[in-house]
Write a protein that binds this ligand. Structure first.
Ligand code: CA
Length: 217
């Protein structure tokens, strides 16, 4: 899953991006509203963490322009804990908000929940045969035992599991799993699929030649 962080305070932006990366997300960053809007409308993000007070275009203005084009889930960050601000943000198209200062753990939980809900997934667990994908713990169990997937392998399994029964194209994988800073070597999807099959079973991921991959429902 790929997340955009639009936040002009460098330290906070870096710590948010690092925490999200450590949780296995592909993450892009932006330090102003105009660039954030450009990225938000140009790429397929699974969620956007959007600061309200930004130079140039405000977070709320960015959100209003984004909503004319895309329903990407948005978590607004605000320094002001006023009810009217929350109402304005939610009415402006935000899906959730957090008041600064907040804990990184809570932000990560809210991002997970936003993405899960946007995919129509109400439960935190997806069971496919003897494999369980635990979206909250970000682990995959096989036969009840935790498996040793890398963060990138987990992200690919999660993407396939959230689309189970449907074709996931290579383009979707590139759009949702890799960010601007990824080098080409880490982008070898076939290698990740091969490693996942060794850990979760040969038949776990089905290849549709020339199209992509699918997890049976
Ligand atoms: Ca700010």
């Amino acid at each position: 899953m790929r997340v955009l962080v639009v936040e002009d305070e460098p330290d906070l932006r870096q710590s948010l991006m690092q925490s999200l990366r450590e949780d296995g997300y592909a993450v892009d960053g932006s330090d102003n509203g105009a660039d954030g809007l450009f990225k938000a409308t140009s790429w397929e993000y699974d969620a956007i963490v959007l600061d309200w007070m930004l130079p140039g275009l405000s977070g709320l203005e960015l959100l209003e322009q984004l909503r004319r084009e895309k329903p990407t889930p948005v978590l607004m960050l605000t320094a002001r804990d006023a009810i009217q601000d929350r109402v304005t943000g939610l009415d402006g198209g935000a899906d959730d908000y957090l008041v600064k200062p907040f804990s990184l753990g809570e932000l990560l939980a809210r991002v997970r929940a936003l993405i899960r809900r946007s995919m129509g997934q109400s439960s935190n667990q997806i069971v496919i045969g003897d494999v369980t994908v635990d979206l909250a713990g970000r682990v995959v169990l096989r036969g009840g035992e935790p498996t040793s997937l890398t963060a990138r392998e987990y992200a690919l399994v999660e993407l396939l599991a959230l689309h189970r029964g449907k074709l996931v194209t290579r383009t979707m994988i590139y759009d949702h799993l890799f960010d601007e800073e990824d080098d080409s070597l880490s982008n070898l999807v076939d290698v990740h699929v091969s490693h996942i099959r060794k850990k979760l079973g040969r038949d776990f991921i089905e290849t549709r030649r020339g199209q992509g991959y699918i997890l049976s429902d």
